[in-house]
Design a protein around this ligand. Sequence first.
Ligand code: PLP
Length: 411
Amino acid sequence: MVDYAGQLRASLDAIRREGRYRVFADVKRHRGQFPAADHVTPEGAKPIVVWCSNDYLGMGQHPKVIAAMHEAIDLVGAGSGGTRNISGTTHYHVELEHELADLHGKEQALLFTSAYVANDATLSTLAKLLPGCVIFSDEKNHASMIQGIRHGGSEKRIFRHNDVADLEAKLKQVPRDAPKIIAFESVYSMDGHIAPISAICDLAEKYGALTYLDEVHAVGMYGPRGGGIAERDGVMGRVDIINGTLAKGFGVMGGYIAGTRDLCDAIRSYASGFIFTTSLAPAIAAGALASIRHLKVSSLERARHQERARALKSRLMAAGLPVFQNQSHIVPVLIGDPVHCKEVTDRLLDQHGIYVQPINYPTVPRGTERIRLTPGPHHTDAQMDYLTNALAELWAACPASVGRTGKLAAE
Ligand code: PLP
């Protein structure tokens, strides 16, 4: 007889031994006071400050978003009631797709239940619809793109992270008439690097490739209307397919792609991950719609977000902490060891009421374990000072080897 439970326990023991067994913190946010929250433990609820949320702009508690969600529930009820084809296309979905197409200056947009599903479904379907397709994928691409490329079963070539010369060398090796897709991200969420979108578009034009850009960590936060880095850089029109989330900068949930009418129609018609699943709840679509509309005309949140990220980086650097340099809002602090990373974050939570999740393998390569801080418009100077002092104290107590490998800083 197979020892099913024993085999599963052995797999769990293996990740425990490596120090990367994941423990989820049970958190209750306080609407109107975020990033203040409670950490719920068997001993009771303890007040904490959240420093690792991807609700980057605090839109998850914006009064317009909450009002729109309440109103939608009151008007049409809770769930959508079906797949998009079978009764699940509500007017909120239709409006939201129009709003997203407009945000990215594209003919159409298509909603999914998450950006993960959007990446997986779109890339795998495109590969199948374009026989002989070769996909060029940045080595630091998110798991959802990697999964989509695998599911598509096409040939793939991995290029060095943000390395245009390496990408060109790889493009040159493929026949000119073969269908090609270059898949990459605008803001890489774990290091905070920003892609050279314009240079990648130059290559796509030169070699006749489609561009597929994941703007998950940029939509809402960059560009005059929150269209992302491509909008900020004035190259949105040169990118063929843009992928985004409604869950991070927009503070709600769901994912999408934006592109030509034909592209969206093809994915709508062929992608299993779009067709065979219940559509987003109408209240979710209504909340996302309110959030996008607000951020299209308000740059206050974006400006404050960038200012807060700069303020935190300079405090941490002044305290001698190994902050990884980048041009984005993400603030990674390199620890370089899974056990120490977990120890530091446990102590921050237990002793200081600071909640930040340790980031370990497979999210980042082994040896580059880190704390990933996401300051938002609502974090105060006092909260930053408190965090900096607590981290500096714990850092001083870390063994000398930890975090001093220079692995990230040297990149
Ligand atoms: N793409 C990237 C680069 C991400 O980091 C993530 C999630 O963290 C996703 C896609 C998936 O987004 P969602 O949470 O909407 O599924």
